[in-house]
Write a protein that binds this ligand. Sequence first.
Ligand code: NAD
Length: 316
Amino acid sequence: MLEKRKIVLVGAGFVGMSFAYSLLNQGGINELVLIDEQKDKAEGEAMDLSHGISCAPSRINIKSGDYQECKDASIVVITAGLAQKPGQTRIDLAKTNAEIMKEITKKVVSAGFKGIFIIATNPVDIMTYVVAKVSGFPKNKIIGSGTVLDTARLRYILGEYLSVNSKNVHAYIMGEHGDSSFVPWTHCYIGCKKIVEVLEDRHQDLTVLDDIYRDVQQSAYEIINKKKATYYGIGLALTNIVKAIIGDENQILPVSTQLDGEYNHKGLYIGVPAVINSNGVREILKLRLTQKEQEQFDFSWNTLDNVIKETIDPLL
Ligand code: NAD
């Protein structure tokens, strides 16, 4: 199935096109099809991107199309829907975007799609749940972008703070891609040294970790206030997930995946570190959380659970 390396992108907006542009630059796929309810926009974006192919690392066939293109696709990436406006939380988008996810998922499945879904539309954990319910696909084939972007932001900000390459920051944000996320700091390493020990050796107060998390959590709001939307970071994060699947990489990424008893919870989709390969989610990493971290996880889970019970389940 993966031989074809065909990706269908539904939603040719800021996020979708940042992903497409990053994918074109990184190479590794054969075909990219853009679908959007604004057909002209999808067509124009496909033309614009195609004109850069001769400068890209490898040849990719790029075009706009309809849902029939999903039949033989390896991966369908969904970035369609409303984005946050200044002052809105991601949860505020739940009902409208759930209706959009329902419509898109039905069309993708009716076309005969057998591959892996990746969802980025917000609130992403809830939208991933909607796609899972409507498609009936096995849980390994349903992947939300989860806290991959939040984690990348954390690694960047921590790396800058400590003057260490962000690739050497081994830390994850877990839980909802939203205000209730948290960092299990006891599992955070700089290189192979615990962050707590790094800070102690520098005689630095550990409360700086709270400030760093707050900066990460607020960064989406700050960007939206300044430039109305965030898209380059998530574009790269989506490319990372796609490449982990296409390349059968067994890469550990904090995606939104369905829990089945891990972290004492079951049923919903939420950001946890998981091994990603050509089958999608191979397995979830079960960290031994401290009591405080488990309470933070429970709070995040309950936040999603409440919205799903009150707003989403009645729509499905
Ligand atoms: P955008 O408005 O630029 O693009 C959305 C696109 O979806 C538009 O082109 C629109 O025509 C299309 N669309 C809407 N309904 C559709 C339908 N039924 N079928 C097909 N296409 C449809 O918005 P954006 O900035 O690209 O954001 C897209 C989504 O990504 C938002 O929900 C946003 O909150 C989310 N997002 C997620 C993350 C993350 O980390 N997961 C980060 C940033 C943004």
